[in-house]
Design a binder for this molecule. Structure first.
Ligand code: FAD
Length: 455
């Protein structure tokens, strides 16, 4: 048995963990990161490799250190293939967008955290959480290279990814930490890295397509013009898909994948839900997938994990410095997450709920009926529909008026929800009242779109 006692323990050497470790180590704290993976496998994760907002990542790791992993920075639009309508819709995506070599990105952020002074313990599997009699999280029990090891820390950062084992082991019932987490709030996804013999024509686009057999979606993201990240996923409320077979089937229909070679395969679950209402407990903070920090409509979680990792570490550093790592003194972390992206993601979750209640064909038909630029404006900024265009859109989308109506209702409720999240409470004691009002808003969402309650 070996015993370790860093100031800050980070569980998970993924995006959230590496950004947290770099931040805390840079502030001069003793930081250990544990990960069950080997050194060579660390940073290798199932991902679509698309990085939105690549230009505005947290400063904790300089952009120059991650940029060499950006293998395709020429992507500027989404391409929606809608087979039922025999249509392809190109929608511009504003802002910096890159497709990356995800393993290289993972290696680089780990190296940056090491440069800042964090120590990485690989081949270390956490299997229990150490807690004091009053519930305070003290650290974890693990097995390192086959031998038992204990880790005690002032603050433990849970960056162990989706369905984190730490949250299964810890008793957080006396805290505000969000334990309303169920499989149905997750998406199951799988991806392959495929080398094609000839350059694809769409190397400047993220290609999306609904799946043929169940309510899921496929993607084709060009890492380079000949290396494609091909994957698919479905919300776990839906009928399960045979991910490997369904991907194979679609690949076979595409001439550009003739003679292609699969060089890597991975699958995982990702949280397509609202962010945790609270991701703090005494001596404990969760970040990234471990706290639902993923855009629930796109599944994009790299940016959320990076920011949450930094914020978690900044608040941990302050709390350790003040000698008070209580829930109340870590609370500011929750507020910062909600302000940065949490409120927006909670609003977008309304559309995820809506998508479980409307027919995929109706959704696709509606998408095909609308002009791409206007969808982009509606998604990313202020949409200003001229009268002629409005009339055209209304006529073309008449067939799908019920779906349009659902979207209209969802939009209004989503706006109301974002507004409510902007009033996220400043102290733990006020969380209950805020949650009750939020739950009322969610009940209105379920009623309006005819969906089963998600939470
Ligand atoms: C198929 C798929 C496609 C995706 N596509 C995109 C995309 O295109 N763009 C995007 O932005 N996001 C995408 N995401 C989401 C994104 O990958 C995640 O949100 C992001 O990686 C989360 O980072 P994280 O650090 O929170 O968790 P992770 O990267 O999962 O890191 C968790 C770490 O914890 C370690 N760990 C877990 N349990 C233990 C334990 N018991 N003991 C020790 N270590 C442990 C794991 O080994 C791992 O290294 C996708 C996800 C999936 C599954």
């Amino acid at each position: 048995m070996t015993a370790h006692a860093p100031d800050v323990l980070v569980v998970g050497a993924g995006t959230a963990g590496s950004y947290a470790a770099a931040t805390a180590a840079d502030a001069g704290l003793d930081v250990v990161v544990v990960d069950r993976k080997s050194e060579s496998e660390a940073g290798h994760v199932a991902c679509g490799d698309a990085l939105k907002g690549a230009g505005a990542f947290p400063e904790a790791i300089p952009k120059s250190q991650i940029e060499p992993a950006f293998t395709n920075s020429g992507v500027d639009h989404g391409r929606f293939e809608i087979p039922s309508e025999e249509t392809v819709l190109d929608i511009p995506v504003p802002g910096e967008l890159a497709v990356i070599d995800r393993h290289e990105f993972g290696r680089r952020i780990i190296a940056a955290a090491e440069d800042a002074g964090a120590r990485f313990h690989y081949d270390t599997v956490v299997h229990d959480v150490r807690q004091a009699d009053d519930g305070r999280v003290l650290g974890v029990d693990a097995v390192r290279h086959g031998d038992p090891a204990t880790y005690d820390a002032e603050v433990t950062v849970d960056a162990a990814g989706a369905l984190s084992i730490l949250q299964d082991c810890a008793d957080l019932s006396e805290t505000t930490f969000d334990t309303n987490v169920q499989f149905s709030q997750f998406c199951s996804a799988y991806r392959e890295i495929v080398e094609v013999p000839d350059p694809v024509e769409w190397d400047d686009a993220l290609v999306f397509k609904p799946t043929e057999r169940a309510a899921g979606y496929l993607w084709y993201f060009p890492r380079t013009e000949t290396t494609i990240n091909a994957g698919l996923g479905f919300q776990m409320t839906e009928e399960p898909m045979e991910l490997v077979e369904d991907l194979k089937r679609d690949l076979r229909t595409r001439p550009e994948f003739r003679g292609a070679e699969v060089v890597d395969k991975l699958g995982a679950a990702l949280p397509t839900r609202r962010p945790y209402d609270s991701a703090v407990a005494p001596g404990f903070v969760a970040a990234g997938d471990a706290a639902g920090h993923v855009n629930p409509t796109t599944g994009g979680g790299i940016a959320g994990a990076a920011y949450a990792g930094c914020y978690a570490a900044e608040e941990a550093v302050r709390a350790v410095g003040e000698g008070d790592t209580s829930e109340a003194n870590l609370w500011r972390y929750n507020r910062r997450v909600m302000e940065k992206f949490g409120a927006r993601y909670a609003g977008l979750d309304v559309y995820n709920v809506l998508s479980t209640a409307v027919e995929v064909d109706d959704l696709m038909g509606l998408l095909a009926a609308l002009p791409g630029e206007k969808i982009a404006e509606a998604l990313y900024g202020e949409a200003s529909f001229g009268l002629a265009l409005k009339t055209r859109v209304v006529l073309r989308s008449l067939e799908y008026w019920e779906t349009v109506l659902d979207f209209y209702r969802a939009k209004r409720l989503s706006d109301g929800l974002v507004d409510h999240y902007s009033r996220y409470p400043g102290r733990p004691e006020a969380l209950g009242g805020w949650q009750a009002a939020r739950d009322d808003l969610m009940d209105r969402v379920y009623d309006a779109v005819g969906a089963e309650p998600k939470y």
